[in-house]
Design a binder for this molecule. Sequence first.
Ligand code: HEC
Length: 143
Amino acid sequence: MPKPNFALLSALIAAFAFLTPPAFAAGDAGAQTTRPAGYNPIAGDAKLGEKLFTDTKLSTNDMACASCHANHSAYSDSFAKPYPHTVVMAKEQLGRKTVYLDEMIQACMVMPMAAKPLPWNSKELAGLVAYLQIQQKSFKPSR
Ligand code: HEC
């Protein structure tokens, strides 16, 4: 079981810090992180996703996905469930009852990464999805 560590702590701080200065209206972020009508996900390259996972250039605040999620850190137990499922952060901050994996990646792009969502049909988003699907398989919920 991963112990709480600095990465997790900073994840939680960052996840809630965006609440204070409203950088975006919740409604916009909810829409921005919702699959567009007729969305047809493309197949992704997990190797590209793995590279992007550690790329701070995706964010505007020097964060990379791996700053929080290295070694399965900062995921809730919900990560173990097939998508779509409920993710507390997306539900509470974006009013999203359930999210697909690509939508959750977009949610972390706009919230903790303080960036714009990735283009829906980009190889970047598809690559992150492919990489995260592999990560999900070895993720063990804490209870
Ligand atoms: C500052 C910390 C932080 C960064 C950076 C971050 N995340 Fe997250 N992420 C979180 C937290 C906290 C949660 C858990 C939210 C919850 O369950 O309410 C989360 C949840 C997720 C989930 C959902 C897990 C589930 O329960 O299904 C995915 C997938 C995810 N992040 C992917 C990413 C990706 C991809 C990036 C980079 C583009 C990223 N995250 C960047 C903090 C972060």
